[in-house]
Design a protein around this ligand. Structure first.
Ligand SMILES: [Zn+2]
Length: 432
């Protein structure tokens, strides 16, 4: 859909883009199979923005015939540059306090996850710190993370609670997420993940903790409208298939939409459960069986792949992305930003997806934009550059999209436009 609206003076235009990636939804939404490589590229591309919306997408020569340049407040010349939709990061855990950098040396010494946990590390270290932190501290931490994410080109995120694991601390975490959405230009969509781990006071009593989630936490989250989605960490030894089902069925009853973390460490038949529950999206899927993947493909449930996690855990296996594409599964990419996998950069995730899961750069960019928007049900507003959509736009110091996976380890962003406003403007560094 490439249209124009005449008799309007845009607030901002981007012109002369060497490559403008529209991610036009006429190629599918979400994209599957070969359509993941259809980027809707316009060479010498241009975009016009009025208020927070896109009013024109097309060639620079065409744009120049429509609008009078002298009246436009902001003209961005994107000569030799790449323009894409803002990245959407549909799976993160940014509400936490503290950090766990010391665990890297323990991992390098060959310590297992359980040994790190016994030494006072792991998720419970983050839970202890997050419980102690005030809501204001969680907001302060989150604002810094959002600034960093945006500097790498992310304009919308989903984030989860899950380091509180008590009624009070889970509510505090979700209130912090809501506050972040108000205080920062980033759009922040909230997910309740009370079932992230079993807290120490419920050790050996997982069913009792599940009861607390279903009888107290979910009703409170729904009543206070603190989350749109509900997620569960379904894994052997954490929450079983039956417990996951129980939690998500109650969540659905209260109007929360289901998501699941599945089959990260071993195959628990989580993919089949995701299909059965019509989950909106699922995370990880490293070990899922073929039947489950095919059931998800049939229902077009989005597989959000998180290659940062196996990278940080030093695993050899990544999610079988090529097989998923072959099965016609819609794939999205996300950072999974959390204290054990701390990257704010979707550019880094695109690199990991290409080098470790063998996605093509075009497929990875699709997974980080339009398909990621579908994973959080925001495809009507974001994920592509089309008339009527939000003006969330990235401009890269790169001539084409292949550079996003080719030139790695830095930040290729030149400018980020969010809701029609320039929010990141990285000047070139000169030392002389
Ligand atoms: Zn996660």
């Amino acid at each position: 859909m490439i249209k124009m609206k005449k008799n309007t003076i845009p607030d901002l235009v981007v012109i002369n883009a060497n490559e403008l990636i529209t991610m036009d939804t006429k190629f599918g939404c979400p994209r599957i199979g070969n359509s993941m490589t259809e980027l809707g590229i316009i060479n010498d591309g241009a975009i016009a923005v009025k208020d927070s919306d896109i009013i024109f997408v097309g060639a620079t020569s065409e744009l120049k015939t429509i609008y009078e340049f002298s009246k436009i407040k902001t003209v961005i010349d994107a000569t030799d540059q790449l323009v894409t939709p803002g990245f959407v990061d549909p799976h993160t855990h940014i509400i936490f306090d503290g950090s766990r950098e010391n665990e890297l040396e323990m991992k390098l010494e060959g310590k297992t996850y359980l040994e790190i946990l016994e030494a006072g590390g792991g998720i419970l270290k983050t839970v202890t710190a997050t419980r102690k932190a005030t809501k204001e501290k969680l907001v302060e931490n989150g604002l810094k993370i959002l600034d960093e994410m945006m500097s790498y080109g992310t304009t919308t995120i989903e984030t989860k609670s899950g380091y509180g694991l008590s009624l009070e601390s889970e509510i505090k975490s979700l209130e912090a997420a809501k506050q972040l959405n108000f205080n920062h230009s980033m759009d922040v969509i909230s997910t309740f993940l009370g079932a992230h781990a079993v807290p120490p006071e419920y050790e050996g009593k997982t069913d009792e903790y599940v009861d607390l989630i279903t009888s107290k936490m979910i009703p409170k989250v729904a009543q206070d409208k603190l989350a749109e989605f509900c997620d569960v960490f379904c894994e052997e030894g954490i929450f079983s298939i039956a417990q996951t089902k129980k939690i998500l069925n109650v969540a659905i009853k209260y109007g929360l939409k289901p998501q699941i973390h599945i089959d990260e460490i071993m195959d628990t038949n989580g993919a089949a459960l995701a299909a059965e529950l019509n989950a909106i999206q699922t995370g990880h899927l490293l070990k899922s069986n073929e039947m489950g993947l095919k059931a998800m493909a049939q229902k077009q449930i989005i597989a959000t792949l998180l290659p940062g996690t196996p990278f940080c855990l030093m695993l050899k296996d990544f999610a079988p992305a090529r097989k998923m594409i072959e099965y016609g599964m819609p794939i999205a990419l996300a950072t999974d930003l959390n204290p054990n996998c701390w990257t704010a950069s979707m550019q880094m995730i695109i690199v990991l997806a290409c080098y470790n899961m063998k996605l093509k750069p075009s497929e990875a960019l699709t997974a980080a934009t339009i398909n990621a928007a579908c994973a959080i049900q925001r495809q009507d507003k974001i994920g592509s550059l089309e008339v009527g959509k939000k003006a969330d736009i990235n401009i890269f110091n790169a001539p084409n999209y292949q550079f996003l996976a080719y030139k790695f380890g830095g930040n290729l962003i030149s400018k980020v436009i969010k809701n029609g406003k320039i929010v990141v403007d990285i000047q070139s560094v000169r030392m002389n």
